[in-house]
Ligand binder design. Sequence first.
Ligand code: PEP
Ligand code: MN
Length: 354
Amino acid sequence: MNLRESILQHRPFLIAGPCSVESPEQLRKTVETFPSLGIKLIRGGIWKPRTRPDSFEGIGTQGLEWLVDAGKAVGIPVTTEVANRQHVEEAMRAGVDVLWIGARTTVNPFAVQEIADALQGSSVSVMVKNPVNPDLELWLGAIERIENAGIKDVSAIHRGFSFYKHPVYRNVPNWELPIALRERRPDLAMICDPSHITGKRSLIAEVSQQAMDLNFDGLMIESHFDPDNACSDAAQQITPKDLQFILSELVLRSKIVSPQIALQLEEIRTRISSLDEALLGIIAERMVLSREVGQFKKENHIMILQQEHWWKIIRQKLECAETLDLSPAFIRQIMDAIHQESIRHQLDVVNKTK
Ligand code: PEP
Ligand code: MN
């Protein structure tokens, strides 16, 4: 199959299936309604890259046949994750239609190159997930290694980036990275994987909608007929019924339709852009004052960092949060960034020799 063409034809292109293949029965019960949900590709992990060694590491080679047979039974192609030469050879021999490279593999150029070498001469379709760390070049590099092996049909999957103890996400979306990838490679089809971004069922609808609003071409969602008893990623898998509900609620907003609407949008954007410029101008003006205060501190032998003073300022600013309709976390971030830049300017002034 030509995956890229198919993705662009069916936007949003829907990929679903269990995190891990567990048994023929699990696959059958999970995918039986997929044709009516519009699922175009069935996913299922055979070899699982698990963080801890005591977790379920996948059913292994025997599951390939179950996966391929489950796809044939409902007339939908199938995809699995490959992480080394042996996986590539076995998956292709079994007739898996599309291969994907997981986040823990994309991060390692040696592993990606081994996969690329194993793919030489084949015409299989490949999807490349982002690396676990937010590094656009590494993501691009993995895509290029696969393309350099002669694979023409490569697509990208955004699954979020590792973050230590994030209060909301399992992997933070950092949407600016897939957006930057799109700028660099507008020819690539881009799928979002809300399951691994969120790590929990309750947020999958929301992140799927965000992906649609950010012009992603499709979604990869983990689905299991009995998620609570899944061998891996139980908390984020959803039943086919829940999947159906989420898909039915998705709002697909159109790209600009009439020139008049385009003009109105442009007008709002221009206003936003001039406000942004004004904001930067004010910040620059504020840094002139920072340099002035730096000079004053230097002349009077006062230390640059006055921690108590800064805490007092932060407290005052946080008190404005509600009246300004800004979140305290946002105010804190902005103030911290301003403070850092201000310290940089002050240090510059204080350490100038003349
Ligand atoms: C998966 O898709 O099951 C998987 C292991 O994902 P990731 O590579 O994004 O962690
Ligand atoms: Mn998973």
